[in-house]
Write a protein that binds this ligand. Sequence first.
Ligand SMILES: NC(=O)c1ccc[n+]([C@@H]2O[C@H](COP(=O)([O-])OP(=O)(O)OC[C@H]3O[C@@H](n4cnc5c(N)ncnc54)[C@H](O)[C@@H]3O)[C@@H](O)[C@H]2O)c1
Length: 436
Amino acid sequence: MSLKDKIENRSALVGILGLGYVGLPLANEFAKAGFRVLGFDLSRGKVDSVNKGTSYIPDVPTADVAAHVKAGRLEATTDFGRLAEVDTVSICVPTPLSKTKDPDMSYVESATQEVVKRLHKDMLVVLESTTYPGTTEELVLPMLEKSGLRCGTDFFLAFSPERVDPGNPKYGVHNTPKVVGGTTPACTDMAAALYSKPIQHVHPVSSTAAAEMVKLLENTFRSVNIGLVNEVAIMCRKLNLDVWEVIQAASTKPFGFMPFYPGPGLGGHCIPIDPLYLSWKLRTLNYKARFIDLAAEVNTAMPDYVVETVARALNDRERSVKGAKILVMGMAYKRDIDDARESPAIDVYRLLEQRGARVCYHDPFIPEIRGDHGEGFRARSVELTDALVATQDCVVITTDHTCFDWARLVGAAKLVVDTRYATGKLGRTIPNVVRI
Ligand SMILES: NC(=O)c1ccc[n+]([C@@H]2O[C@H](COP(=O)([O-])OP(=O)(O)OC[C@H]3O[C@@H](n4cnc5c(N)ncnc54)[C@H](O)[C@@H]3O)[C@@H](O)[C@H]2O)c1
């Protein structure tokens, strides 16, 4: 039976390589669409968890994983030899930056190596990891063709960027349109056929590089607009204006304006990193991506700006940062998720500590931070009580988790620095609240 037929009648065995924030939700969606899914990961813990029917990704309900495993539609393994069994493989491994802020392609390379060893006729390989334009064709394709098989005839290759937005209650894998671009038209068709089963709308583009660029445009768009609005917040401070009032009013324009909001800086695995993949690629072509560099400069300076705001607010109350007790509310990089990667809250915490403050944090989603968050930074979430809040010289709101009771917090605190407009519903001006 041809791969197309196996996809159409859903008998194709779908492989997912990398079962993280991207891979597990995708595996879940394919299993929901009636496919059998075999997930691969280096992490024994993740593999065991899937096979026990337990989810470790908040957006994927454990009930789903348990039902798929029980029905024999989902299995995970650390045995890459079993890639020989799959008809399709979607590669969802990390694409971080190296210490010098260049793309670290080692995960994509080692994942592709595992695929090459088991590449077989009619197999579809899809790269999902966010990366610079040209990766699929310049890096992955030559590796795969070393097998002796030819792309477009013997096997199929495509790039399809993942758009998962962790914690988004409205848009998940199923109802977020998916862009696919193949190495050849046959590759695009095959990838589109596969993804159109679990996903409502698939949008084909003319090449893998176009699909790679789509993702980088989306994330650069966010980074640049967040950089712009962060700078507008600084300007509003200098002009003695309330940036939140200005954004709310501008948002009443029904066309030509899209609101972005200031904050303590960028976080997560995507927005702070992905645009740098694009600027790196352009540097190799002797072109400087100025908007990307400027946005990165403004956004990475935001934790310092927050600390300055705290220092000024304490100073107004005749207190110094040195020796002050400061509670940082929220370590996750955005609300209602358990991900602290690249979180600006960590920078705020560390900068305050460097200035001699006695800092603690509370985040029910992140009970502990350790190890890989910059030179061994370690901290544990403290229990949130009115008594604790009352002893703090300042509470800094860095993440606006919806479970937080802002009225209660503001009621118990001496001083609150709010970087997220979390206290907005309590009134435009509140005596003990300072906003960025
Ligand atoms: N997290 C997001 O919101 C998001 C959104 C869109 C795109 N992306 C992109 O998707 C990719 C994956 O991101 P993520 O957030 O899922 O990362 P993650 O760290 O949560 O998951 C990656 C998984 O891959 C596994 N892994 C690493 N090397 C492997 C290998 N050689 N073989 C098999 N498994 C391996 C890791 O153990 C981990 O479980 C990245 O390129 C990222 O930029 C992420």
